[in-house]
Design a protein around this ligand. Structure first.
Ligand code: G6P
Length: 732
């Protein structure tokens, strides 16, 4: 039965039930009322006739009785009278009455009631002087007729109600229920078919409150459809796009819901006190840019050194704070270390020892026993913090980052053999001869080999590492699978080239002129450098190339400007302090050389030494015509990838050192040897004068590479390999 019919039948049944009840009640009242009338009139008649009729009882004079009755015959409904002996036997009666009549009640009152059959009513009154009683008979047929009339009227009223109810219900169902449902169904059909083109859902009416929910659903559907289309498009061309959502789902499935623990010395958010208020700083670190999107996508905990001067004020009793501050997605667990420990572990062993050891940049590594002691102690501190974070978690996953924590994998594995541990080395790994000078090389390699998965950016660094291990430790190198086997435990050594996410829909393009004016740069062609002020970045070499370029191409005087956004870094170390001075001096020297009246206020090199927020750097990437990355040695270098990933209107041009990991992937950049000043100067000219088609072709090809090999893919591969680790093999 259709809903409408069911609705109408139910309403009609309910109305019929109420109507029948009401009519029954009315009929009963009508019956009682008519009987009451008969009783009343019958009693009056019996009393008034009694005196006149009594003498006739003895004489049995039926004629006289008929006369008396006729005298009252004009009265409506009187059918006759009779006189009876006390036992009810008829003494005398008018015509047409029953043969006998039962005696009335013995109390002497007039006794009235219907005679069985229902068409006659009798009132009996005892005679006063003679034994016996008088009976008055009235016509009672109108009582049943009256009751029938009430039922008849009730029926017609019900019929009218049924017709009205049916008509009104049909009207409401048709126009207020079916019509909005049909409109909404049609709207949904269009959305499903992808023909909705953002049309708003039908508003108002019964389904009004669902409109905003439906609009939300349609939006999600559209987003999912475009993602699916994009994926299908990429799959079609043999690729597959990794997105935060895909990584999230993937990690959830592979880690089976376990939280991810990331350990890195540098925290992604520092709380610092500036002019009396607490501010949040994002450090200049490729590692932070690369690793954070994974935690944002998967959730978990980042364990890091609490280095901000207001860090302690912002954590809870477990030294944790939820970040990012504007939209918390994961926990940051801060580890506190003393000034002395920081001196030895961070500035000393990590940055004066391992950093120059791993980078071929002609800075002599410093190895001090005291630094090594602190390095060991701080690794132990971090191990304790990680162990407390993974307490109670079955088979936890720990992703350790960089050269600050070479000893950590073994420390964790020893305490928690059920943990899956990876170490990612973000900087290069030197050849075995270079590494050989480290007095604690065995301890470092042994610590690293506690990991199940060991990652570098490129295969070349993996090979260097395996050769170093081969020469230094007793173990078996599996060159076929790129793994180190010691006892039952195996460490897989693989390249995982870190990346960034392609920036899309970043909003209106910033004004190039305004940005340039903000650092005092003048000109029409903007070349950009973005670095931590580190001697491995080849900043002085870059400036020399700018000088040579202007010298060789005087047409660019007053037109070309190189802006270097340099973030001070590790300034407790003399080599880094000296570098700031050296870079500043070099910029001043070059600017002074080209200063002229003709190009007043123009400088070829503008050096902005400051901590530049990521959002600010992102604006520069979007408008710079050229970006130059001339590192003397670099694990990957994410500045190069960030520039290519920026949401720009016009294609840019990238100059990239061949000693960066990024140069293995961004092959359409202008690849240079940063030590070759002439070649870098040529590359600057090439970048500025490149034909638009050539520029676009190179640009599109580099962007396509990043689109496919993005940071989410990097995270997914690490998670995958970690999830695949077999835990039955114990580390030696
Ligand atoms: C490199 C290292 C990172 C480090 C970053 C910034 O990218 O690989 O581990 O965080 O430099 O250096 P900083 O010493 O300031 O953390």
């Amino acid at each position: 039965m259709r809903v409408t019919t069911r609705l109408i039948v139910s309403i009609v049944l309910a109305a019929a039930l109420v109507s029948a009840g009401w009519t029954f009640y009315q009929a009963r009242g009508e019956r009682a009322h008519l009987l009451e009338e008969l009783n009343h009139r019958g009693a009056l008649l019996a009393e008034s006739l009694r005196e006149a009729a009594e003498p006739l009882a003895k004489r049995a004079d039926a004629k006289a009785l008929t006369r008396i009755a006729d005298k009252f015959g004009g009265r409506r409904r009187l059918r006759g009278i009779s006189l009876h002996a006390p036992d009810g036997k008829t003494l005398v009666a008018t015509a047409g009455l029953p043969e006998s009549s039962p005696p009335p009640r013995a109390d002497g009152a007039v006794d009235c009631g219907l005679i069985p059959g229902g068409s006659l009513h009798r009132c009996a009154a005892p005679l006063e002087n003679t034994p016996g009683f008088l009976a008055v008979f009235q016509d009672a047929t109108h009582v049943e007729a009256g009751v029938r009339e009430v039922w008849r009227r009730g029926f017609f009223r019900l019929l009218t109600q049924v017709l009205l109810i049916t008509a009104i219900t049909l009207w409401i169902v048709r126009f207020d229920i079916l019509a909005p449902i049909e409109r909404t169904a049609e709207w949904m059909r269009l959305q499903r078919a992808g023909e909705g083109h953002g049309a708003a859902p039908p508003q108002g009416g019964l389904l009004g409150p669902l409109a905003s929910e439906a609009a939300g659903l349609a939006k999600s559907l559209e987003t999912a459809r475009s993602a699916a289309e994009e994926e299908a498009r990429l799959r079609h061309s043999g690729q597959s796009l990794w997105t935060p959502d895909r990584l999230k789902e993937h990690a959830k499935e592979r880690l089976r819901g376990r939280p991810m623990i990331v350990v890195a010395n540098r925290e992604p958010y520092l709380h610092v006190r500036r002019d009396g208020t607490v501010k949040v700083l994002r450090p200049a670190s490729g590692l932070v840019s690369g690793v954070e999107p994974i935690l944002k996508a998967c959730g978990g905990t980042w364990v890091a050194h609490g280095a901000g001067d207001a860090d302690r004020e912002t954590v809870d009793q477990f030294d944790r704070v939820r970040v990012p501050p504007e939209e918390p997605r994961y926990s940051l667990r801060r580890v506190w270390i003393t000034k002395e420990q920081e001196e030895g572990y961070y500035y000393g062993f990590a940055n004066e020892g391992l950093w120059p050891l791993c980078h071929i940049a002609h800075a002599r590594p410093q190895f001090r026993a005291e630094d090594w002691k602190q390095y060991h102690a701080v690794n132990r501190l971090f191990a304790d913090a990680v162990l407390s974070e993974i307490e109670g978690v079955d088979e936890p996953c720990v992703l350790i980052q960089d050269y600050h924590f070479a000893l950590l994998p073994r420390m964790i594995k020893e305490a928690r053999p059920d943990a899956r541990v990876s170490l990612f080395w973000h900087i290069p790994w030197p050849n075995p001869e270079a590494f050989d000078i480290c007095p604690w090389q065995r301890e470092i390699l042994d610590g690293m080999l506690g990991a199940d998965v060991l990652g570098f950016h490129i295969q070349y660094h993996c090979n260097n590492f395996l050769e170093t291990v081969d020469r230094t430790l007793q173990c078996r190198i599996d060159w076929e699978h790129f793994a180190v086997r010691r006892g039952e435990h195996s460490t897989s050594v693989k390249p995982y080239p870190i990346s960034v996410a392609l920036e899309e829909d970043a909003g209106p393009l910033p004004s190039k002129e305004e940005l340039m004016a903000s650092v005092g740069a003048k000109g029409t062609i903007l070349a950009l450098g973005v670095d931590r002020l580190d001697y491995t970045k080849g900043i002085v070499e870059r400036f020399l190339a700018v000088e040579r370029f202007i010298e060789a191409n005087p047409a660019y005087l007053g037109r070309f400007v190189f802006v270097e956004l340099g973030a001070p870094s590790r300034t407790n170390i003399p080599r880094y302090r000296d570098l700031v001075e050296e870079v500043k001096k070099e910029a001043e020297r070059i600017n002074a050389r080209f200063a002229s009246k003709e190009h007043k206020d123009w400088k070829p090199v503008v050096l902005a030494v400051a901590h530049h927020e990521r959002t600010e750097v992102a604006r520069w990437y979007r408008v710079a015509d050229v970006c130059a990355v001339t590192s003397l040695h670099d694990g990957m270098n994410l500045v190069a990838k960030e520039y290519v990933a920026a949401d720009r209107e016009e294609p840019g041009a990238l100059i990239l050192s061949r000693f960066t990991g990024a140069s293995r992937e961004l092959r359409d950049a202008l690849i240079v040897n940063p030590y070759d000043v002439e070649r870098v100067a040529d590359a600057l000219r090439e970048a500025v004068e490149m034909e638009p088609e050539e520029r676009r072709r190179r640009w599109e090809s580099m962007r396509e590479g990043i689109r496919e090999h993005n940071i989410y893919r990097w995270g997914a591969r690490l998670v995958d390999d970690l999830a695949r680790v077999r835990l039955d093999a114990k580390p030696v």
